[in-house]
Design a protein around this ligand. Structure first.
Ligand code: ATP
Ligand code: MG
Length: 329
């Protein structure tokens, strides 16, 4: 390789979102890419002994350890998880650092999903079983009616979970077509409010429709209803007592933006990039109380993207969240 190639190679290593650190046999640093310099918060690294710049205990012990052959280890530095590969080329040691925090979060979310779905299915099933057992010994038709009503609610609950799973599976396989038509957004929101009114009773949450009555949007009505319904449902579920849910829409040159604002508990900053992921729920213990599987926002994102649109959120802990959906006209 000539000099220019090496220059280009070094520039390329600086672009990497992974760390490369090379030390000689005495553990003096020969090279560190930009990622490592940012991670260690040191600019003048080359030429120094590693012990002068590596302050993190785990990384320190990995570099100081004399492995006989190439090896890999998982370590955590601050709040992140890294996969560290150590390669030996003659006397030189190359340390390669990969941030796998998101992969770990995703793996965990998948595990949580299975346990959530099982829980969400098992709870109504247990109620159904109890209802059937009671009905076996119940002679009074009046009481039987009450129990059957309970059973019906639980079946609806399971039905809605299975529907969510099916919608998501279809959207993800891109099997579903988008059938656009002109839809009056005000009426669509009113219908959703009517459907979800029963959820507002406990906390006395008020639903406010501020959409212009004359606004028509070009969307797949059935899917867009699912999108708005999921956002409004969250805005109710994660709200406070006497909280508000306000739905608005505004037109831009080539798009319209729908917003669903709540005065609820808000979403922690570190969770914001994750909430649209399948299965992700912020606080498992709290979320479990309100029910759900963490599929809603992922469905929202898929439906927005199927319309070539996007979703985003602004949120403040304790003050509330606003979800935005922008759809091109
Ligand atoms: N408006 C909101 N305010 C606060 N937290 C929210 C809000 N919307 C969503 N979240 C958080 O994001 C998580 C993911 O939301 P999502 O709608 O995908 O799932 P879910 O509501 O838990 O379950 P599902 O919608 O599948 O019944 C929720 O568990 C909750 O922690
Ligand atoms: Mg939801």
């Amino acid at each position: 390789m000539n000099n220019i190639d090496i220059k280009i190679l070094l520039k390329f290593l600086d672009f990497l979102k992974e760390g490369i650190l090379i030390v000689d046999k005495d553990k003096n640093i020969i090279y560190a890419n930009r990622y490592i310099k940012n991670l260690l918060q040191e600019e003048d690294i080359e030429g120094k002994h590693f012990s002068q710049v590596v302050k993190d205990n785990y990384l320190y012990s990995i570099i100081s350890h004399d492995y006989k052959k190439d090896t890999k280890e998982e370590i955590s530095i601050k709040d992140n998880i890294y996969l560290v590969h150590i390669y030996h080329i003659e006397e030189t040691k190359i340390i390669h650092l990969q941030d796998i925090t998101m992969i770990e979060v995703y793996k965990q979310a998948k595990k949580d999903f299975v346990s959530n779905v099982s829980h969400e299915l098992k709870t109504p099933l247990a109620v159904l079983k109890a209802v059937i057992e009671t009905l076996e010994n119940e002679d009074n038709p009046k009481n039987a009616g009450i129990f059957l009503e309970k059973a019906k609610n639980r079946i609806d609950q399971m039905d809605s979970l299975i529907n969510d799973l099916l919608i998501l599976a279809k959207l993800e396989s891109k099997e579903e077509n988008i059938n656009k038509e002109l839809v009056n957004l005000y009426n669509l929101v009113e219908n959703i409010f009517e459907d979800l009114k029963h959820l507002t009773l406990d906390k006395k949450v008020s639903l406010i429709n501020e959409v212009d009555k004359n606004l028509y949007i070009n969307v797949d009505e059935q899917k867009f209803k699912i999108l708005v319904k999921n956002l409004v449902e969250n805005a109710i579920k994660y709200n406070k007592e006497y909280g508000k849910v306000i739905v608005k829409a505004k037109e831009k040159d080539n798009s319209f933006i729908l917003s669903v604002k709540d005065t609820g508990i808000g979403i922690p900053k570190e969770s914001l990039p994750l909430i649209f992921e399948r299965f992700y729920r912020v606080d498992k213990s709290r979320s479990r109380e309100v029910g759900g599987t963490g599929l809603g926002l992922s469905i929202v994102k898929h439906i927005a993207e199927a319309h070539k649109g996007k979703v985003w959120v602004e949120s403040k802990i304790g003050e509330g969240s606003t979800f935005y959906v922008e759809i091109p006209k």
